[in-house]
Design a protein around this ligand. Structure first.
Ligand code: NOJ
Length: 490
C-alpha cells in the first residue's frame, strides 16, 4: 500500500526537461532530472500522456495506447526511466485516457469497430466540456458520434465488452513493464447512459445549461474499477489507480473507493475550486475525513495542467501564502500530488492569445517550461514564465520555498505520524486552521493578515514557513504572524 505514504509529483512531460534540445520535454529529459526529484524527496511521478497523439488536446487524444510518442522517446526509454527511477526509490505512474481516443486512432475508422464508439441518429442535449454540442455528424455514416471533449476525441462505448477487454490488456501491458500505476483521465465519465437521455436543464431557457447527470458519473462505472482493481492487486507491489474524479459531492466521490476494491485514490479536486480561506478549505477536508470510508486516504492537489497554478490562484504570487498552501497540502492526512514547479511557487503565466496552443480553453499558462535556471534553457514549444523562481538559484538558497518544500518532505518521511497519523481539527480562532496529526503532532496555519495565536498544543516548532523558528517552544500558546504556519511536534 505504498501510495498511502507517498508524495506524488505530476510531470507535464512536454514542458519538464528536454534532453535533445528539440524544444519540448522527453523521457530522457525526465531521466536526467531524477537526481533532482530524489533530492526533493518525492516518491512517485505521474507523467501526463506519453502515447502517440496528433496533439489536438496535447496527448489526451491518444492514437495508440501501447506506444510512445516519438517526441518523447521509445519504449526502451520508458524501461530505462523506470529502472533508473527505481534505483532512486521513485515509482513511475502513467496517464491512461480510456474515455475517448483520437479520431485518428485506427479503431475510429474501422467499420468493424463502429460499436466501440457512441453513436446516435440525432444529438441529445449533451454539451461538450469544451463548449458546444457533444455530437458531431460523421459524413460516411450520416450518424452522430459523441465527444465529451473535442470532436477529435470521440468517446468510447464502455457498454461494449471488447472495449473493456482491450483496456484490461493495456493495463497488463504497462504494469508488466514495471509501471507503478495509472492516473485515469476523467475517471468518472467512462460510462454513458445506455438510453442517451437528455440531461436536466438547469439554466434559463435561453441559456440551456445542463446538469451532467447522464453523460458522467453513472453508477455502472464502478464495475469497471472493480475489474481494474483486481488486475492492479495481482501485481507486487500493487499497482495504483489514481482517478481524475471531478465529482464535487463527497458522498458520490467516496463511492470510487468502493469497498476497498475500486480506485485507491480518487482525487478530491473540489479543493482546487475553494478560495484560499481557512473555513472553506477546512470544510472540504473535514467533509472528506467524515465521508470517506474507514481505512482510505484522500488525494489532495492544488495545481494541475488544467487549472490555474495555486501560487497564482490562491496566493497571488505571495511567498508567505505559497508556503502556507504547501504546508496545507503536505501536512494534511492523505496522499499529496505536487504539480511540477509547485515546490518553487511557480506561477501561472499570461500567454498572449496569439501564442496560445490549447484549443480547448487557455490552459497554456499552467504548462510552461520548468524553470531549471535563471536563463531559458533553449527554445521551448511554449514560452517561459518569469524565471526569478528557478531551481538553480533556489537550490543555492537554503531559505527558499524550494528548501521549505524539501524540509517538509524530509520531516514527513522521518515521522510516521505526519505521513499516516489521523487528522483531528483543533477548535479555536477560525482563521488559524489547526489540526493534530496522530498523537504527537500538530499543524497550524494562519490564513489571515493579522497575528493570531493557537492554544493547547504541546511540543516545539519542528518546521515553520519562514524557516527561522525551529526548536521554539510551542507548548501552551503558539503565536503565528500573518500568513505563517508551523509544524509542532515533540
Ligand atoms: C482531463 C485532462 O486532464 C485534460 O487535460 C483533458 O483535456 C481532458 N481530460 C480530456 O482528456
Amino acid at each position: 500500500m505504498w501510495w498511502r505514504d507517498a508524495v506524488l509529483y505530476q510531470i507535464y512531460v512536454r514542458s519538464f526537461a528536454d534532453a535533445n534540445g528539440d524544444g519540448h520535454g522527453d523521457l530522457p529529459g525526465i531521466r536526467a532530472k531524477l537526481a533532482y526529484l530524489e533530492w526533493l524527496g518525492v516518491d512517485a511521478t505521474w507523467l501526463t500522456p506519453i502515447n502517440p497523439s496528433p496533439n489536438a488536446d496535447w496527448g489526451y487524444d491518444v492514437s495508440d495506447f501501447h506506444g510512445v510518442h516519438p517526441d518523447y522517446g521509445t519504449l526502451d526509454d520508458v524501461d530505462a526511466l523506470v529502472a533508473d527511477a527505481a534505483a532512486r526509490g521513485i515509482k513511475v505512474v502513467l496517464d491512461l485516457v480510456p474515455n475517448h481516443t483520437s479520431s485518428e486512432h485506427p479503431w475510429f475508422s474501422d467499420p468493424a469497430k463502429r460499436d466501440w464508439y457512441v453513436w446516435a441518429d440525432e444529438p441529445n442535449n449533451w454539451t461538450s466540456t469544451f463548449g458546444g454540442s457533444a455530437w458531431t455528424k460523421q459524413p460516411e455514416t450520416g450518424r452522430y458520434y459523441l465527444h465529451n471533449f473535442l470532436p477529435e476525441q470521440p468517446d468510447l462505448n464502455w457498454w461494449n465488452d471488447d472495449v473493456r477487454k482491450e483496456f484490461e490488456e493495456t493495463l497488463h501491458f504497462w504494469f508488466d513493464r514495471g509501471i507503478a500505476g495509472f492516473r485515469i483521465d476523467v475517471a468518472h465519465a467512462l460510462v454513458k447512459d445506455r438510453e442517451l437521455r437528455d440531461n436536466p436543464v438547469v439554466g434559463k431557457a435561453r441559456d440551456p445549461r445542463e446538469e451532467r447527470v447522464y453523460n458522467m458519473n453513472r453508477p455502472e462505472v464502478h464495475e469497471i474499477y472493480r475489474d481494474w482493481r483486481a488486475i492492479a492487486r495481482a501485481y507486487d507491489p500493487e499497482r495504483l489507480l489514481l482517478g481524475e474524479t471531478w465529482v464535487s459531492n463527497l458522498a458520490e466521490l467516496a463511492k470510487y473507493y468502493g469497498d476497498d476494491d475500486e480506485l485507491q485514490l480518487p482525487m478530491v479536486l473540489s479543493l482546487t475550486l475553494a478560495h484560499f480561506d481557512a473555513a472553506e478549505l477546512r470544510e472540504i477536508v473535514e467533509g472528506a475525513e467524515q465521508t470517506f470510508p474507514e481505512g482510505t486516504v484522500p488525494a489532495w492537489c492544488g495545481s494541475n495542467h488544467d487549472i490555474v497554478r495555486f501560487p497564482t490562484r490562491w496566493c497571488g504570487g505571495d511567498e508567505a501564502k505559497i508556503r502556507c498552501a504547501l504546508l496545507i497540502l503536505l501536512g494534511l492526512r492523505g496522499t499529496p500530488i505536487l504539480y511540477y514547479g509547485d515546490e518553487l511557487g511557480m506561477e501561472q503565466v499570461a500567454v498572449p492569445e496569439d501564442e496560445q496552443l490549447d484549443v480547448a480553453h487557455s490552459r497554456d499558462g499552467a504548462r510552461t517550461p520548468m524553470p531549471w535556471g535563471a536563463r531559458p534553457d533553449g527554445s521551448w514549444w511554449i514560452r517561459h514564465g518569469d524565471l526569478t523562481r528557478n531551481v538553480e538559484d533556489m537550490r543555492a538558497d537554503e531559505t527558499s520555498t524550494l528548501w521549505f518544500t524539501k524540509r517538509l518532505l524530509e520531516l514527513r518521511r522521518a515521522e510516521p505520524e505526519l505521513r499516516s497519523g489521523s487528522y483531528a481539527s483543533v477548535d479555536g480562532d477560525p482563521s488559524i486552521w489547526t489540526w493534530r496529526r496522530g498523537d504527537a503532532w500538530a499543524v497550524a496555519v494562519n490564513l489571515s493578515d493579522r497575528p493570531r495565536a493557537v492554544k493547547g498544543l504541546q511540543g516545539t516548532i519542528r518546521l515553520d514557513t519562514g524557516l527561522v523558528r525551529t526548536g521554539e517552544d510551542a507548548t501552551g500558546k503558539l503565536r503565528l504572524g500573518p500568513w505563517e504556519g508551523a509544524v509542532v511536534g515533540d
